[in-house]
Design a protein around this ligand. Structure first.
Ligand code: AMP
Length: 461
């Protein structure tokens, strides 16, 4: 980030400042530079910023700077739409708080037993990060008291509303003091966000960083399709705009499976990720996409949450999502870290209202209509460069990546640079090898013992 200001002049506690240097945060991100002066002055702030913008550190630093560490009362509450996000926020706030002595940050999310949470609450944390349903449960049962709250943060507020948390938010507000700082972060500004801001905030400063940030890096196209040609148009769109790693989003599990099967029938190496997969299959699908032995991953939004790959070349919406916030999250998988990305949405006549909704909710989203094929661009979809081999041993056999690499390259084996990611699990491992060397690699691994034991090896499709 050229010319971004440093954190020095904000008046942060010295412990926070020295820790920032220790964790390598030297310059503020855009959202931090624009919000922190206001946040630290105690103002309410309504900020439009995406995941990846550094928003967590912005509100995390603000709430930590306000904390009175000697008072063992809950002073800050961060509400998140999902457990995954709450976990990420908890980790980031703990990291930022490392140099402040005795700060307790507690995560309160659904899906885990109440008992241990109640036990943790006996010694009041300074900061709580949680999902609305579970926080409300603790408030109602009296295991949490928010009477001394100073900072209240709603993170990804748009998704929280999409997920139907509005009522629970109102209920939680009844337990929170009126005098407080309230921060609202959201990737999009549908009208419901202004409504909720009006209910929970006082004269908020409005900070918008998405316009300067994301959209320029992501070319957004939409293509008219019909119900009958949708699958064929998807394959053609991949052939036109696809790169080495492509993510196709479907709204349902059924579509996911159907789409992947169709793409495979067209010779495209596609894998499907959806909630119905058993764990070993899921692991294989994720490994093959991440190690580049599958070039297209077809996923539902829920399934894609567990996906660790953020720098895909192209995102295709087989169908537009119903909510604009989901659209923003989907396309945000591409165009990361200064790279350019492409997002393509297939739209039937009867779905054009969704397109309009997105254009209204996201001022920066200028979707251009394109025909398939696009005369300006037609690169045949890259076939994956790698093949995945599965070895019948893993961590429980005390195998390490070096053992597998050693076996592959030993005595006239495959060259080291033909070997890609090596992923070890308890009882099996995946090794990615360049296609041209895959057969040789398989023979090499299958014909010699590794650490004194012979393992079975097969190619995975
Ligand atoms: P977020 O948007 O909060 O999910 O943050 C995105 C990522 O940027 C996280 O991995 C942070 O650890 C990292 N990050 C946040 N602020 C900074 C900064 N000022 N310098 C370097 N990395 C940062």
């Amino acid at each position: 980030m050229p010319n971004s200001p440093a954190f020095n002049d904000l008046g942060l506690k010295p412990e926070l400042l020295s820790n920032l240097a220790a964790i390598g945060y030297e310059q503020m991100t855009l959202v931090q530079a624009r919000t922190l002066p206001k946040l630290l002055a105690g103002e309410d702030v309504l900020a439009r910023a995406r995941t990846g913008s550094g928003k967590t550190a912005a509100f995390g630093l603000a709430l930590l700077n306000r904390l009175d560490a000697t008072s063992y009362r809950v002073q800050a509450l961060v509400l998140c739409p999902t457990r995954e996000l709450a976990d990420q926020v908890t980790n980031e706030v703990r990291r930022l708080a490392r140099a402040l002595p005795n700060i307790k940050v507690l995560s309160l999310c659904g899906g885990v037993p109440l008992g241990p949470q109640v036990a943790s609450l006996q010694h009041s944390p300074h900061v709580i990060v949680g999902t609305p349903g579970r926080v409300l449960k603790h408030l109602k049962s009296g295991s949490v008291n928010l009477g001394t709250l100073r900072s209240f943060v709603l993170d990804e507020a748009d998704r929280m509303l999409d997920m139907g948390f509005a009522e629970q938010l109102d209920e939680i507000l009844a337990y929170v003091p009126a005098r407080r700082q309230t921060l609202l972060f959201s990737a999009t500004y549908p009208e419901a966000i202004s409504d909720i801001s009006a209910r929970v905030q006082r004269n908020p400063a409005i900070v918008d960083v998405t316009d300067d940030e994301a959209p320029a890096q992501i070319a957004q196209y939409w293509c008219p399709v019909t119900r009958a040609n949708r699958l064929a148009e998807l394959a053609a769109a991949l052939q036109t705009w696809g790169g080495a790693l492509n993510l196709v989003f479907c709204n349902t599990k059924v579509d996911c499976a159907e789409v992947a099967t169709y793409l495979q029938s067209q010779g495209i190496v596609a894998v499907a990720l959806h909630g119905d997969l058993e764990q070993p299959e899921r692991t294989l699908v994720l490994a093959r996409f991440a190690n580049r032995s599958a070039s297209v991953l077809v996923a539902t939004d829920v399934a894609a949450r567990g996906l660790d790959v953020d720098d895909v070349d192209t995102v295709i919406n087989y169908e537009l999502p119903k909510q604009s916030s989901v659209y923003v999250h989907r396309i945000g998988r591409t165009g990361r870290a200064g790279k350019t990305g492409i997002a393509v949405s297939l739209v039937e006549d009867r779905e054009e209202w969704r397109l309009q909704g997105i254009a209204e909710d996201i001022p920066g989203a200028s979707l251009q209509e394109r025909q398939i094929p696009d005369p300006e661009r037609s690169s045949p979809l890259l076939a994956p460069a790698m093949t995945t081999l599965q070895v019948s041993g893993g961590r429980k056999n005390k195998l390490r990546p070096g053992d597998l690499l050693g076996a592959l390259t030993a005595a006239g084996g495959v060259p080291g640079d033909a070997v890609g990611s090596i992923d070890l699990f308890d009882t099996y491992s995946f090794v990615a090898v360049r296609n041209a060397e895959a057969k040789k690699a398989l023979q090499q691994l299958a014909s010699r013992p590794i650490k004194g034991r012979q393992y079975r090896v097969r190619m995975r499709k």
